[in-house]
Design a protein around this ligand. Structure first.
Ligand code: SF4
Length: 223
């Protein structure tokens, strides 16, 4: 059983001509001479590497729509009343006091350096893609106001056309990274943080040293 549907996906803007498809290859059961499209094999045969990336580039985010034999949608959690904990001393838990707006969702992470969060949420890594760049303001402001941790993905400095390097190829100035940090900090109120992912290129460029030296960022994620 193939849990994916190879050879046709909206992410690559492709589809099978036929309703009947071979599960292993994704080819139509009848792949006809003279077909006018538009599966991945068909499209790649004359659009070549355009098929590598979901598109239109910079306009979308895309996920892998694979079916899993078991996933969270198969589970139902049937809750029942267990009482109320954590109420202020002397307050008895009942329908008037144990109300959801009073629930404390704060938490923290870190071993020696603790980071407090208002709710235990991290964003996905928003890195060098155009969709991340042009939507950073919304994510940065939203994450700061929500008190969650914002993850800046890899290679943001590497593709910055205004990046300045020293004679050893290390970052002197990275305006796009500066912009992202400044936007996040505009509404930062002590909860969550912005952390920066680093790949091999980021490490060579000295991204960790730069964000720590210039902005005092203390968390990186090595890939
Ligand atoms: S080329 Fe046409 S007929 Fe053949 S698998 Fe692709 S969509 Fe189907």
């Amino acid at each position: 059983m193939n849990l994916q549907r190879p050879n046709a996906n909206d992410a690559t803007r492709t589809a099978n001509r036929s309703r009947s498809v071979v599960p292993m290859s994704g080819l139509c059961s009848r792949c006809v001479d003279g077909c006018t499209g538009n599966c991945e094999v068909f499209k790649a045969s004359f659009r070549s590497r355009e098929l590598i990336y979901p598109g239109p580039f910079g306009e979308i985010t895309a996920g892998g729509d694979k079916d899993y034999p078991v996933d969270y949608s198969h589970l139902n959690i049937q809750g029942y009343a267990l009482g109320a904990r954590g109420l202020p001393e002397g307050v008895i838990g009942n329908s008037d006091t144990a109300v959801f707006p009073s629930v404390n969702t704060e938490t923290e992470y870190g071993s020696e350096l603790k980071v407090k969060m208002k709710v235990p949420v991290f964003t996905g890594a928003l890195g060098s893609t155009e969709i991340a760049r042009k939507n950073w303001e919304h994510f940065g402001v939203g994450a700061a106001l929500s008190g969650i941790t914002l993850v800046c993905g890899e290679n943001v400095c590497g593709i910055d056309p205004r990046l300045e390097l020293d004679s050893e190829g290390r970052i002197v100035s990275a305006p796009e990274m500066d912009r992202r940090i400044e936007i996040y900090r505009r509404y930062y109120s002590g909860y969550g943080e912005m952390l920066v992912q680093m790949n091999v290129e980021d490490t060579r460029l000295g991204v960790a040293e730069y964000v720590n030296r210039k902005h005092g960022l203390e968390t990186i994620e090595l890939k």
